[in-house]
Design a protein around this ligand. Sequence first.
Ligand code: KIV
Ligand code: ZN
Length: 449
Amino acid sequence: MDRARITIFDTTLRDGEQSPGCSMNVQEKLRLAQQLDRLGVDVIEAGFPIASDGDFQAVQKIAASVRRPIIAGLARACTGDVDRAWQALQGAAHPRIHVFLATSDIHLKYKLRITREQCLERARDAVRHAKSLCADVEFSPEDATRTDVPFLCQVVEAVIAAGATTVNIPDTVGYTMPEEYGQLIRTLREKVAGIDKVTISTHCHNDLGLAVANSLAGVQNGARQVECTINGIGERAGNASLEEVVMAMRVRPDHYAFETGVASEQIFAASQMLAEITRVPVQPNKAITGRNAFAHEAGIHQDGMLKNPLTYEIMTPQSVGVPDSRLVLGKHSGRHALALRCEQLGHQFERRELDEVYRRFVVIADRIKKVQDSHLLELIQDVTNDNGAGQKFPPAATPRPFPRAAAAGAGANSADLHPAQVSGIAGQAKMTIPFSDHHSEQEDYLWGV
Ligand code: KIV
Ligand code: ZN
């Protein structure tokens, strides 16, 4: 069977970052972008360059150093935003300007205070301007799912004529239902002139828990790009979760005749890295990346699993990079096993750095039987924090208190010691919270859009 290729557009660094408490600094964004590259996403939306200098720098740095995927920068439909986005993106191997403008009457009347005619003109002008700078232009009619359908068709047709190459249909407030969203994509395909020349994209929020179902319904009805985030983070209840969208297609190829370029074994590392950087732990029962996603508690399930994993497992933990819990890290473990587990947790070390991690690991392993992922994450953070003073190791995430055990995801070994006890052994430095005002400033800015 011929499988259509779905473009995976990751917006963890933009929409994901808009979720409360998930802001990231430039260094953290760059580190995550490199992991998204290893994960094989097609597009990385690196930020909203006009929102802050930090966002601008992050987009610029990612554009300069992550060369395989398309790097997108968000812009409102006005010249200043588009120019700023282009300034940040210029150095990218594959730049994309992503222009958005609300189209629903509610947004036009109460937020933007413009008429439909003015909206149409603004969208068309902004896309035309973006196109004069960059060949790859995406347009999003914000709140598309609450927009009058004939007007939505009119806007989409106008931006395609102005040069848009991708048209994204956001369910901004997570309001739509799968059949309804699928029907909307179908209607656009039937009614809009030129639609067959562009890629239709989904962008679904999770306010009713339907973001993934809606995205998949969109794909089944002709969308060929899915916008999503690691661990489903994003505004309010979040965005469609990348790992759920990708694995639904992979586990049910009989139902979804699509493929993506995602290296699914890199999913767990990406999830862990994000949780560690943001200090927002993954919900334990989160599909694919939660620590219970592959845990079997009930006796009847355990019995089935021991007889044949197919009884209760629809995908293997290995297929999404969840570390093999049979590989126990203890005092007899070597650098190879340690390096592998670090990679699975989202940390790649050079030889010299690994030596330091290993030296500290042996100290802990000497005291306890099994070194858990949570212990290891804590140790890694200590090592990378030390880098702040001595510059011996790669810079770590901004130090903030972290519910550390919670960041250890699926497949973690059972504890022999509580992580807090181990932190004493590891000589844990006291941590402070240098929260900058920048985060709240940025959020205010975005709310004002
Ligand atoms: O949810 C939304 O409408 C957005 C747009 C900016 C694409 O995030
Ligand atoms: Zn969004």
